[in-house]
Design a protein around this ligand. Structure first.
Ligand code: C2E
Ligand code: CA
Ligand code: CA
Length: 310
């Protein structure tokens, strides 16, 4: 792979010429290797944008720019909030609230995901502890954890310690993982999942049915829940093609004794379909959007007033 830069337009001294050639070489590698690329100004802009983003992400934690949003899931029978998913937001100065869909894949690529996972775990536990110490009746929170967390030897120990520090029972935490986790056939992943479930932490498979075509992992890796992906829910009223798939997913879940949750429920038609077909929990804009902690607290408080016995 060769990167080409030309004096003087791509650099007026050796150092900047080499830097431009290097950026062009990376582009050559990215476009399949065994080729050459000439440096252009927009390559340079893209490279410095990546460096700026990486620098900003590294500082985001110490500058307290990350915050947690909460999206309630509702019980499909009672239609009351039953748990919630924790969704990360980045309040990046000058950019506003950033969706994790943008920065999480980048953080994974640049090896920054470990510190983000740690922040989310820590902050979720701290928040649960704060609410509990105010006497609030909290519900289980589902955390999205990146797959590489599950390949760490000390994963279970450090989570146990975290729960201990905040005096939290394990059933208040659920972990959402994607099917990619099961691709690796890893013994350590298997061991960690078993230990987590042994502690009482539930495991949910996010975006189920979108990532991995072999179902055999379902009997090798212990899990508790399937989460039907938004793309299926979106088209669920397409009765000839998508609905049978959703029915099949619910069937797989129930026959393996797993609970089934649907995400991205946006209409009452979708909700009715999923309820009629036995989905246990529903999540989506039709019920609640992700909300800041203060709003979620209000919801928890209003729920405990309207159902004092529950
Ligand atoms: P996900 O786990 O599939 O999360 C659900 C996403 O769908 C959220 O987007 C949520 O806001 C959005 N959503 C919820 N209901 C609806 C609906 O009815 N319609 C539509 N169109 N969208 C809906 P968000 O918050 O932008 O998160 C995007 C992804 O980023 C998540 O997808 C998850 O993969 C990742 N993510 C979020 N928080 C974290 C985190 O704390 N750690 C890690 N590792 N990943 C996270
Ligand atoms: Ca999720
Ligand atoms: Ca999902």
């Amino acid at each position: 792979s060769i990167g080409i830069s030309i004096y003087p337009s791509d650099g007026e001294d050796a150092e900047s010429l080499l830097r431009s050639a290097d950026i062009a070489m990376y582009r050559a590698k990215a476009s399949g290797r065994n080729t050459y690329q000439c440096y252009t100004a927009d390559m340079g802009e893209r490279a410095s944008e990546i460096m700026r983003l990486e620098g900003a992400l590294r500082k985001a934690i110490e500058n307290q720019e990350f915050l947690l949003y909460f999206q309630p899931k509702i019980d499909a029978v009672t239609l009351k909030p039953s748990s919630a998913e924790v969704l990360l937001r980045w309040d990046r100065p000058g950019f506003g609230l950033q969706s994790p869909a943008v920065f999480i894949p980048f953080a994974e690529e640049r090896n920054l995901i470990g510190m983000i996972d740690q922040f989310v775990l820590q902050e979720t536990c701290r928040q649960l502890h704060e609410w509990r110490s105010q006497g609030v009746e909290v519900k289980t929170l589902a955390i999205n954890l990146s797959s590489n967390r599950f390949t760490q030897d000390n994963m279970v120990g450090s989570l146990k310690k975290l729960l201990g520090n905040y005096g939290l029972p394990a059933h208040l935490i659920k972990l959402e993982v994607t099917e990619g986790l099961f691709l690796k056939e890893s013994e350590i992943v298997q061991r960690n999942l078993a230990a987590l479930r042994g502690m009482g932490i539930k495991i949910s498979i996010d975006d189920f049915g979108t990532g991995y075509s072999s179902l055999s992992y379902l009997h090798r890796f212990p899990v508790d829940e399937l989460k039907i992906d938004r793309s299926f829910v979106n088209n669920i009223l397409d009765l000839s093609s998508v609905a049978p798939l959703v029915n099949a997913i619910i069937g797989i879940g129930h026959s393996l004794d797993l609970s089934v949750v649907a995400e991205g429920v946006e209409t009452s038609g979708q909700a009715d379909y999923l309820r009629q077909h036995g989905c246990e929990e529903l999540q989506g804009y039709h019920f609640y959007r992700p909300m800041p902690a203060s709003d979620y607290l209000k919801l928890l408080l209003s729920e405990s007033i309207s159902n004092p016995a529950s």
